[in-house]
Design a protein. Structure first.
Length: 1081
């Protein structure tokens, strides 16, 4: 097939269409690991190339978009789908003065661009081809509207014989042109489903789709790229109560590697028959259709005004040359209909994925997109709006008229707490079509820190067209002196996953954050290229694999060449990995008194041999490099595997950890997070070695969407402080930016300190980390100061004759008193950089310490630091909390025996004494005193089983349980036991890897604190983790919580010794408990 486009200047362009097959790539054999040859599936698509365009039109479902099981099913019925060579194709060429638009099957397929008008289109077909219905017509002028014909995505479902009260065809409805589909040509949104979604973390066929993939499960248009701000949707709701009345419209541009956060989704709920339609819904007719059993049903036909969230994709709208676009047709967007979408889980963001358990009952009969009369573009004076030194804090918004008028740019600046600190607006008159105006936005503020910036564009009447959430950072003077010797770094993808490739962009982002190390394995950049920003390679990656044992000389030659090339490019790189993600990430049984039994001894022997050979090679060829062993999760299992077999100590300089973190509190003693660094150190001790510790080039990965902005900032800084406390030579948390591809939907792709390219807006975590790297620049750790509490931390550093203290507590607030040898002036640096001068009184300084780190700089070393009064303003019983048991009478309670649901290798029943006491703060309460017997490994906790002699009724339908506890920083935990209406017994000991990743029920405090825990998924206390909410409980019945409930007991875990950042310390004091309670939102 050949298209010929002729223009008024005599020039012509050719677009060729070629028939293409598809492939069924079958999975590899589970034993041989070899994949069978692909099956060729004929007559699948027509591939178009030429005239500056390249795309495929699939008449049969595009196989790569489906799961393996779905592909197998499609292959069996391949011939039931229309063959590409045998179907009619609706083609429309919309000519204009500069060429013309090409539309196939109602989808935009790009422009044939010219310097003059398109005057003739001819088509040459293959033998047997034919054309019907060819005509030249003048399209009605639609101005700012773009009508789309729903018949091209028709999936009528139950409404296949629908009768619509409106006549079919193009017409005006309340001033909006709408192409009304005939009754049986509507689109049932219930058909919209995700087929093959996220696969192997880095691909997502669902967000890689094109509108021409031939998928019955997609209600999907491609449209010319324009500044659409509204969609007008003509739709009706199937009255079936089993269907959800949910409609989601999506405007985006999918990508060859999927698309991450850059999607403008708007979700609406249609009113059912007995409900009143809200604003934006106009009833314009009725639809009659046949329900179950042929019963005739009638439902309202609405014209729905959908305000598109286009302000969230300004970067896509401003990009006219997107290399990730799956259709190579010039600027375009994807617009589609979906039903209800999913939610967050720890590893995956499913908020933009169709929810498989929901089916929409909405049917679409027409849709028109409305373009805004003004365009909005961002012009940053500094990348990410991040300012330091003498840079002028300002940014610019450019407005361009699609229609003459007066437009106003509103801006609202908020602090990190969300409070508004400034509002302003600027109006501009754009008198002609295409007129432009740049609006300068000053961003100066009285203090340093992170600030939110909401930008909104309206017209004279106050109608909003775009609202865009931006941010900026004011960092102050960069006083850092450290260069390549700095331990601080972060991940950078170097252009992969739609991230930043330009050093001129990423360099300043790293520099201003105080990051001096990053992996540069993705690119050919060198230290010299990165010199303006003082950045070098973090570590040289492990260069061997098990297969190398089959030809070791060849492996050595390859590795030597690669390492020497790296050292030429990065002469300041001092470290190399020994293994990386090479072994299982499990807790060595030696740590809890168990015996190790290998599951695959042969594999472990090979890894040991590989490690010895690799380390000896590195020592011989590159003695200047320091070897970091492990580098997998918590790495304790890898190190145990090596040391059990007698790995030579002289071949290890550091033990390296990834400590991924996820949504696990930094202070939770787990191999998956930063407190677990101690487990790595203790593993080496079990085999008789004291070995220094380091971070891997990947070290902690957390996402703001999972934790919230403030908690992410706090946890990342505390991750870094764990590394400093352990004297890590390299500390590289997170990544410099979020990715733009589908990898964003994984935990690791959204772990950035800045938002996606090209926005690069700083997250509060960026500012918090920049504050840390400046406050602790060029310091040397002197000591971890004793504070009389393992939940109040003070690290003392020295730098050029002055002393810097980093102080924090993991929960609530703590009064911390410093004593100095004489009166001392100090500078306090708050979490986000605000500074103030302080002065001791009587050689002492008392300060409030919280979970957000504070830094003190003094000219003298402190003599001591002592933790005092605690407060927990964020841990109070919510309004309406019911006290189920006062816990003031020990006669109502009994100490029980072991509970099987609590028994693990790291927890066992202990011996305790229970008594009633009078507390000066809480009055009558219960007190537990541990009565330890025998020896116990430090990581093994002991619990007391407190059971009510008569279970206490819990009124209502609570979603949260709680209890007041006077803690002792034992890093133990509270467990609740309830009975439901069917007698099923539930204990809050569920979840993955011990549950309670957020330390909600942890005794990580001293003093009285109200400890709450989720009972259901809707609980405000729910923390995002595997098995969150109700998944944190273990039952012994049908697995369904049936109200009403009774409280039957509490279990209190404590430790004999608890971790104080880097070492275990004896636990002091007894535990007191008061007012077991329950609440509902």
């Amino acid at each position: 097939m050949l298209w010929s486009f002729k223009f008024a200047d005599g020039k012509s362009q050719i677009l060729a269409g070629v028939l293409r097959a598809d492939e069924w790539n079958k999975p590899a054999d589970k034993i041989t690991k070899k994949a069978p040859p692909a099956d060729i599936l004929p007559d699948a698509a027509i591939e178009y190339k030429g005239a500056g365009l390249s795309f495929r039109d699939h008449s049969r479902p595009r196989m790569s978009r489906y799961t393996e099981a779905q592909r197998e099913d499609l292959a069996k019925k391949w011939d039931t789908f229309p063959a590409a060579s045998q179907r009619w194709i609706r083609v429309e060429v919309r000519a204009d003065k500069a060429g013309g638009e090409l539309w196939l099957e109602g989808r935009y397929c790009g422009r044939v661009q010219s310097e003059s008008a398109l005057v003739e289109v001819t088509l040459k077909l293959e033998a047997g081809g034919s054309v019907r219905g060819a005509k030249v017509v003048k399209r009605p002028e639609q101005g700012r509207f773009l009508t789309l014909e729903v018949k091209h995505i028709a999936r009528p479902g139950v409404m296949q014989e629908a009768e619509v009260s409106l006549r079919p065809g193009l017409q005006q409805l309340h001033g909006v042109p709408i192409f009304v589909a005939e009754g049986g040509q509507n689109a049932d949104v219930g058909f919209a489903r995700e087929m093959q979604g996220l696969r192997a973390l880095e691909t997502n066929e669902n967000t890689s789709r094109t509108s021409l993939d031939g998928m019955p499960e997609s209600l999907h248009f491609s449209v010319p790229q324009a500044w659409y701000h509204r969609a007008w949707v003509l739709c009706a709701l199937d009255s079936d109560p089993k269907l959800d009345p949910i409609l989601t419209t999506r405007l985006t541009r999918f990508g060859v590697a999927g698309r991450g956060e850059a999607m403008a989704d708007t979700t609406l709920t249609l009113p059912r028959a007995v409900e009143t339609a809200g604003p934006g819904f106009q009833k314009v007719g009725t639809v009659e259709y046949l329900g179950d059993g042929g019963r005739k049903l009638s439902t309202a036909l609405y014209l729905v005004k959908v305000e598109l969230k286009t302000g969230s994709i300004l970067d896509l709208l401003s990009d006219n040359q997107d290399p990730a676009a799956p259709m190579k047709i010039g600027p375009y967007l994807d617009f589609e209909f979906l039903g209800k979408c999913g939610s967050l889980d720890v590893q995956t963001d499913r908020r933009r994925k169709p929810l498989p358990t929901s089916k929409s009952g909405v049917h679409v009969f027409g849709v028109t997109l409305e373009k805004a009369p003004v365009e909005m573009r961002l012009k940053q004076t500094q990348y990410g709006n991040i300012f330091h030194n003498a840079e002028s804090p300002e940014t610019t918004v450019s407005l361009r008229a699609n229609a003459p008028g007066k437009y106003t740019l509103h801006r609202e600046i908020t602090g990190v707490d969300g409070a508004v600190v400034a509002r302003a607006q600027s109006s501009v008159e754009l008198a002609t079509l295409g007129a432009e105006a740049d609006v300068r936005i000053p961003l100066s503020q009285p203090g340093l820190g992170w600030f939110g910036l909401r930008l909104t564009v309206t017209d004279e009447g106050g109608q909003t067209f775009f609202s865009h959430q931006a941010a900026f950072a004011l960092l102050g003077e960069d006083t850092r002196k450290a260069g390549y010797e700095s331990p601080f770094g972060t991940w950078w993808f170097g252009g992969a996953h739609y991230t930043t490739r330009e050093l001129s962009v990423v360099g300043p982002l790293l520099l201003k954050a105080g990051m001096r190390r990053t992996p540069v394995n993705w690119t050919q950049d060198s230290e010299a290229d990165l010199a303006p920003w003082k950045v070098s390679l973090n570590q040289i990656s492990w260069p061997f694999r098990r297969a190398d044992l089959e030809d070791w000389p060849a492996a050595e030659a390859r590795a030597e060449k690669a390492i020497r090339e790296k050292l030429v490019r990065f002469p300041h790189c001092q470290y190399i990995d020994l293994f990386h993600e090479s072994f299982d990430n499990v807790l060595p049984p030696e740590l809890y008194g168990g015996k190790y039994e290998p599951t695959d001894a042969a594999r472990e022997d090979q890894l040991f041999d590989l490690g010895v050979k690799g380390a000896r090679f590195i020592r011989a060829k590159f003695p200047e490099l320091k070897i970091i062993a492990g580098n997998h999760g918590g790495s304790a299992s890898t190190i145990a595997m090596l040391l059990r077999r007698g790995f030579p100590r002289e071949l290890i300089d550091y033990l390296g950890t990834e400590a991924v973190g996820q949504t696990i509190s930094p202070e939770k003693l787990s191999i998956h997070t930063t407190a677990g660094i101690w487990l790595l150190k203790e593993t080496a001790r079990k085999f008789g070695h004291e070995i220094p510790l380091s971070g891997c080039f990947e070290y902690t990965s957390r996402a703001e969407r999972d934790l919230g902005a403030q908690r992410l900032a706090e946890w990342y800084t505390r991750d870094i402080l764990f590394g400093l406390a352990h004297r890590f030579p390299t500390i590289s948390p997170g990544g410099i930016e979020d990715v733009g591809s589908c990898y964003f939907d994984t935990l690791y792709g959204a772990a950035g300190f800045c938002e996606r390219r090209p926005l690069h807006y700083p997250k509060p975590a960026y500012v918090a980390v920049a504050t840390l790297t400046k406050a602790l620049d060029s310091v040397k750790l002197v000591r971890q100061m004793p504070t009389d509490s393992s939940s109040a931390h003070a690290l003392e550093f020295e730098r050029a004759g002055e002393y810097v203290y980093a102080v924090w507590t993991p929960r609530g607030h703590c009064e911390l008193e410093f004593e100095f040898p004489s009166e001392t002036a100090l500078v306090s640096t708050a979490f986000y950089g605000a500074r103030k001068t302080l002065q001791t009184s009587g050689n002492r300084l008392s300060m409030d310490v919280s979970s957000a780190v504070t830094y003190l700089t003094a000219s003298k070393a402190a003599l001591s630091a002592r933790a005092g009064k605690r407060s927990f303003p964020d841990n109070l019983p919510p309004a309406g909390t019911t006290v189920v048991s006062r816990m003031d009478d020990p006669a109502q309670w009994s100490l029980g025996g072991p509970e099987p649901k609590l028994e693990t290798t790291e927890r066992r029943a202990g011996r305790f004494a229970l008594a009633g006491v009078t507390d000066p703060e809480k009055g009558a309460c219960l007190e537990l005193e541990p009565r330890p017997e025998g020896n116990l490994p430090d990581i093994v906790g002991e619990y007391a089983s407190l059971r009510l002699n008569v279970p206490a009724p819990i009124p209502g339908t609570p979603d949260t349980v709680g209890v007041w506890v006077k803690g002792n920083s034992s890093w133990g935990r509270i467990f609740w036991e309830v009975q439901d209406a069917k007698g099923e017994r539930w204990i809050s000991a569920g979840g993955y890897d011990g549950g309670d990743w957020g330390n909600q029920s942890s005794l990580d405090f001293d003093g009285w604190c109200y400890v709450s825990f989720p009972l259901t998924n809707s609980s405000p206390a729910s923390h995002l983790e595997p098995g969150f909410g109700a998944g944190q409980w273990k039952g012994n019945g049908d697995g369904r919580l049936d109200y009403p409930l009774k409280l039957s007991g509490l279990f209190v875990e404590t430790h004999r010794r608890s971790l104080n950042l880097t070492e275990m310390e004896p636990v002091k004091g007894r535990l007191r408990i008061k007012d077991a309670s329950a609440s509902a939102r």
